[in-house]
Design a protein around this ligand. Structure first.
Ligand SMILES: [Zn+2]
Ligand SMILES: [Zn+2]
Length: 229
């Protein structure tokens, strides 16, 4: 079966030559030029949300509304990284996903977190059926492979089919997803959980996930995203 998949994969590569998900250049899914152009988010940054600061305290937005977990994002959401994440929304490209999984693993190692299970931000059933896959799940699996951690896409559920966050102001975003996630009572008892999503915008979605996971008994919850708006 794996041999067949490889053979089909090689055939598809011949029919549809690989293009860079960042710039469309031929030959590789993520080219050196795009890699060099990444604006990586490093210290000093807001302790809670990872926003770049000139000290290590909290950013203004975390002072007014503190997300329910610490989050780190690999890069600024711009240029080729933004292109690649858009690409991933519609094309579940395994090579792109592996590349991004390695980025998340780099962050995970750098932060020295002690998470024991990786959980993707779930999509609603309706959106999952429509799109056919959840890009956060693919990223979580890629990170799990790199970090040697189990991935659990089923314990955290999206219970409210919220409207899309696109076009909402920050206040509306927090309100929109506040009750969107749920996990069965005690299903995360004592767990150290790492939640994964593709993009951090206001932190509302990750925060709502962390609240639901903690309510189900988790000991700690942290978050990673590929990019940050
Ligand atoms: Zn490129
Ligand atoms: Zn912050």
């Amino acid at each position: 079966m794996i041999a067949l998949q490889r053979w089909v994969g090689a055939g598809l590569d011949l029919l549809f030559p690989i293009q860079c998900a960042g710039c469309g250049g031929a030959g590789t899914i993520w080219c050196v030029e795009c890699d060099v152009s990444i604006v990586r988010l490093t210290e000093p940054q807001c302790q809670q949300c990872g926003y770049p600061l000139d000290n290590r305290r909290s950013c203004p937005s975390c002072v007014s509304r503190r997300p329910a977990l610490r989050v780190r994002s690999y890069a600024r959401y711009k240029g080729p990284v933004a292109q690649a994440l858009l690409h991933l929304k519609y094309h579940p490209d395994r090579r792109l996903v592996s590349e991004m999984g390695a980025w998340l693993d780099e962050l995970h190692v750098r932060e020295g977190w002690r998470a024991r299970v990786v959980v993707p931000v779930p999509l609603s059933k309706r959106r999952l059926q429509h799109r056919g896959f959840n890009q956060a799940s693919l990223l979580a699996e890629a990170l799990g492979r790199c970090a040697g951690l189990p991935v659990d896409p089923s314990r955290l559920k999206r219970v409210n089919d919220t409207r899309s966050q696109v076009g909402l102001d920050p206040h509306e975003r927090w309100h929109n997803v506040r009750q969107a996630f749920q996990a069965e009572a005690r299903s995360f008892e004592g767990a150290d959980v790492l939640v994964v999503d593709d993009l951090f915008t206001t932190g509302a979605t990750l925060s709502a996930c962390a609240t639901a996971i903690r309510a189900a008994g988790a000991q700690s919850v942290v978050g990673l995203t590929v990019a940050r708006a």
